[in-house]
Design a protein around this ligand. Structure first.
Ligand code: 5GP
Ligand code: ZN
Length: 111
């Protein structure tokens, strides 16, 4: 079955890409939940955080979250980085992705 995020990472599907390097791709969420809502994904297919074992890739993903947040001007107001794991955790796309969300007041705890 085709994975839409693999297609985006490979450049075969359209997305509003803000960062792409050897390890990761970051692009705007198609249904943003805040003024800034960016997804950061590994270029290789990993279904969720529960399957992530490569420490170098883990570091690249986290640093990319920081980089796109800073580039979007979120540092001063604050922002949120999260990943949903499994259906019970609210995951709908089974290719690991970190949501970088900001630009509005973010409540806690999430629903
Ligand atoms: P999840 O619920 O799996 O944590 O989040 C999946 C996210 O991917 C959702 O916020 C959804 O709006 C976004 N999304 C789903 N399909 C696409 C797509 O084809 N392109 C983009 N840019 N975002 C997508
Ligand atoms: Zn994939």
């Amino acid at each position: 079955m085709i994975c839409i995020f693999c297609e985006i990472a490979a450049g075969r599907a359209t997305a509003d890409v803000v960062l792409r390097n050897e390890w990761v791709t970051a692009f705007h969420d198609i249904h943003p939940t805040a003024p800034t809502h960016i997804l950061v994904i590994p270029n290789t297919h990993i279904s969720s955080l529960d399957e992530l074992t490569d420490p170098d890739l883990a570091a690249q993903l986290l640093l990319a979250c920081r980089q796109v947040a800073q580039a979007a001007g979120l540092s001063e107001r604050g922002y949120r980085v999260l990943t949903n794991v499994g259906r019970g955790g609210g995951q709908h796309i089974f290719h690991l992705h970190f949501h970088v969300i900001g630009g509005r007041r973010l409540a806690w705890p999430p629903g």
